[in-house]
Design a binder for this molecule. Sequence first.
Ligand code: C2E
Ligand code: CA
Ligand code: CA
Ligand code: CA
Length: 279
Amino acid sequence: FAKGNGRNNIQIYNKDIHSNEREHQLLNGMKHAMKRGEFSLYYQPTVSAHPLHYRRAEVLIRWFSEELGQVSPGEFIPLAERSGLITELTEWIVRTALIQLKAWDKEQASIRQLSINISAIHFQYGNVYDLMKRLTDEIEIHPSRIELEITETSVMKNMSQAVATLHQLRELGFRIALDDFGTGLSSLNYLQMLPIDTLKIDQTFVQDIAHDTKKQAIVETIIRLAKHLGMEIVVEGIEENVQYLLMQSYGCDYLQGYYFAKPMRAEELSAVYERNAAQ
Ligand code: C2E
Ligand code: CA
Ligand code: CA
Ligand code: CA
């Protein structure tokens, strides 16, 4: 190779090997993780803005691997998608979440709705409709208790088929949320075309919003637009009181973020909701 560039080439080469090695470890690990019970579900409250009510939560998967320690879903979900493991994993996530909701109902907990993330690849190639129908029938949970979170990438490959699937799901009663809104390329287009109930505004829009009047204008306008379209709005990533107050002043419906609660275990969540209901 060209003189002077050799060093860079070698570094890049090494980095590739390392990331392949890591991927290899993760893939192997994931194959055993299910059997070993290394996956668990955490739940993060989605809080209504006024008055402050705890009724809903988002389901977030966690992997505590014996060999690799904790691995974030941002890292292993894309790998699960590429390797095909996502089908089995999603079935496990949905089943576990529905069984948990059923258990909460038995103890009369005040958790009305769970939001479940559906990965883009699974939405495109897995049969989400059949999966959701089969599991809600089997576990006897009414579909209206479940919101499915999809992203723009889930629908962009085949828009007409995606819209048809979403209509079918909504006919059964499932709610549909568009996640990470604003991070894609043609967000406004999707707002117009997709049958959705809830818009989740990505956390990047509220980072440093207190000092950024442009961000304030953008978020306020998205909220107003979504309301005009009859959608509910969830703003993600609320970490500070000032962000909460701003969102409240914009008429935002639901909030999510460390300011209210981090993702937590099922037992913790029902305790938080009971405390809140008693107030
Ligand atoms: P997401 O669906 O956008 O989930 C929100 C992420 O933001 C979660 O990260 C959550 O823990 C984090 N978060 C919540 N509040 C705050 C806050 O106030 N500040 C900051 N900085 N972050 C906050 P997590 O759990 O690491 O998940 C990352 C991504 O992995 C998710 O993004 C989602 O795309 C994917 N994921 C997580 N669980 C599942 C799952 O069960 N199925 C699928 N398909 N994807 C999942
Ligand atoms: Ca989500
Ligand atoms: Ca999100
Ligand atoms: Ca995200």
